[in-house]
Design a protein around this ligand. Sequence first.
Ligand code: URA
Length: 274
Amino acid sequence: MLERLQKIISAAGVTSRRASEALILNGQVSVNGVVVTELGSKADPTKDTIMVDGKSLKISAQRLYILLNKPPGYITALKDGQGRPLVTDLLKEVPERVYPVGRLDYNTEGLLLLTNDGDWANRLMHPRNEIEKEYHVRVRGKVIDQQLKRMAEGVVLEDGKTAPAVVNLVKSGEQNDWISVAIHEGRNRQVRRMCEAVSLSVVRLKRIRYGSLMLGTLRAGQFRYLSDSEVRELSGEPEKSMPATPVAHHKRETHQKSIRPERSGGKVSGRRQQ
Ligand code: URA
């Protein structure tokens, strides 16, 4: 089937749709030996030989969608100059090369999606879709309501103010509190920097939800394939009205307070729920 070249290139996991357009315009793409520089050009990925920078595009017939429980101490890049463990080291039995959807820091753990479907990954990461990601954060010492409220309303970071977030106190221990932070932006080290901005020191950071998808009971280092309906649901309509944290999850926690920003008379204010 004929498809637009930029779609074929991004679906092969080479780069995003927009960056694929730049490759075409720069004359870096050829179809059956002929350099193509027009953006509307189409090709048949099953019949034509498509090359990017002289390398044949590897079109995988099999689309794979994986949920990994990333342990701390693994990097989400595909190689590392310092020789640190890679998340792909945990996926040795996966038959195709897969790429992380976004990134988690070296020491962040939890839900990481990987795929060889570049288009799907781009849809998930597009800011327009505002997919909510939820993290559990163990912080040193005790949190106070004011800190949660400030994070919920948005804190000023060096790359601008963060969008309103949903912030809960989920568990109170002797030495540490656990909070949950749900955000739909995907800035670098965002949760850690939001915590720093309100003087909270992060001891542990774990992603437990991506849109409608929960990490569930997978052990650290384990992965599973997503079902067709999970794949479709994740890339479907924007999920702006997801509940902050599914009720079933909250039931297991104690001392739960929820602080979510609320517009009242044009002003953002915190609201606490018991
Ligand atoms: N926010 C962070 O600070 N780190 C991550 O790995 C993910 C979100």
